[in-house]
Design a protein around this ligand. Structure first.
Ligand SMILES: [Zn+2]
Ligand SMILES: [Zn+2]
Length: 335
């Protein structure tokens, strides 16, 4: 089965952390964190429609300028989700430059500031010199940032001495139609199947009527069939992929609970492992995780695979030690 999410870590384990996630079959990508982006192909950055910023420490936000530079003059809207303060952070970045001669430029940043209770939005249109437009009222935040027909993005606030967002990308249920069985029922493929899949994903009642298409000498005709009946005969429904990104968090009881809830049964947990367990005091002081703690979280959350990032430069000569330590604690595959 081919996955919708095609993730790759940015900048290796010692560089600024971040995740580029191409969406297969779509000319579109998601970006988690805005660290150094200068090594990323501009064609990739131009696919980004949504950016999720964990927090605005410089190693997670300095890439905003590069993204701005690449996207400037393009006709696109980039949504940017971040923790409390993100609207002022973006405004301050944009006000650091001079914006005349940009009338007619169509680029817009839509910024969503996520507090534990609500999401506040502001727009920054390039054509209006990126002057801030506040949108009101705020919407309630109940753990979900974005609902797309193909996937959903969830977030949780972690304690990094400041609020730091962790993210989960959850692919919608996968629905596969068996062409042989479809043929066996005398039905033909067509746009009606898209509507059929949409009804299944929205958990419509089994009795919902579907207009199924069948070939007829006079052209295409439709037959009324119950949704549940048709599902049982022609469709296989499986869970979609779940990716979770956790960075910059203290190993506190509350953070542990939130991370485990977000990453539960995930296919891949991308997790920071800044320090070795021997330097745990330093990790606690800096509100970061050790490799062992990342491994314990992965085990408790029952994830299938753990991918480490954000190593401290002090381990430049011995990155293997971090993998070994995480792997021992996890007992599963670590990359
Ligand atoms: Zn940080
Ligand atoms: Zn960091």
């Amino acid at each position: 089965m081919t996955n919708l999410f095609q993730p790759r870590l940015l900048n290796g384990v010692f560089g600024d952390p971040g995740l580029f996630v191409r969406l297969r079959w779509e000319r579109r990508a998601l970006l988690l964190d805005l660290g150094d982006l200068t090594a990323q192909p501009p064609a990739d950055l131009l696919k980004v429609t949504d950016v999720f910023v964990s927090h605005t420490h410089v190693d997670h936000f300095i890439g905003f300028d590069h993204l701005l530079r690449i996207a400037l003059g393009r006709d696109r809207t980039i949504r940017l989700f971040g923790p409390p303060g993100i609207i002022a952070n973006v405004e301050a970045k944009l006000s650091g430059y001079t914006w005349n001669l940009v009338e007619g430029y169509a680029l817009v940043f839509e910024v969503y500031e996520v507090s534990p209770e609500k999401i506040t939005a502001a727009h920054f249109p390039c054509g209006a010199r990126f002057e801030r437009v506040d949108l009101s009222p705020p919407s309630l935040f109940r753990g979900v940032l974005l609902e797309d027909p193909l996937f959903r993005v969830e977030a949780a606030h972690l304690d990094h001495k400041i609020p730091c967002l962790s993210f989960a990308l959850a692919e919608a249920q996968r629905i596969n139609i068996d062409p042989e069985r479809l043929k066996g029922l005398g039905l033909s493929v067509g746009p009606w199947l898209t509507e059929f899949k949409r009804l299944l994903r929205s958990s419509a009642p089994d009795e919902t009527i579907v207009h199924a298409m069948y070939p007829d000498i006079t052209g295409q005709r439709f037959r009324e069939v119950a949704l549940g009946d048709l599902r049982d005969r022609i469709a296989t429904v499986t869970r979609g992929q779940r990716l979770v990104y956790v960075t910059d968090a203290l190993y506190s009881r509350e953070n542990q609970q939130k991370i485990v809830a977000l990453a539960h049964d995930a296919d891949i947990l991308f997790c920071e492992a800044v320090f070795l367990e021997q330097d745990r005091d330093r990790a606690t002081e800096r509100y970061h995780l050790t490799a062992r703690q990342a491994g314990l979280l992965a085990r408790e959350a029952n994830v299938k695979e753990l991918v480490l990032s954000h190593f401290s430069p002090r381990y430049q000569d011995c990155p293997d030690a971090l993998y070994r330590e995480a792997s021992e604690a996890f007992g599963g595959p670590v990359r």
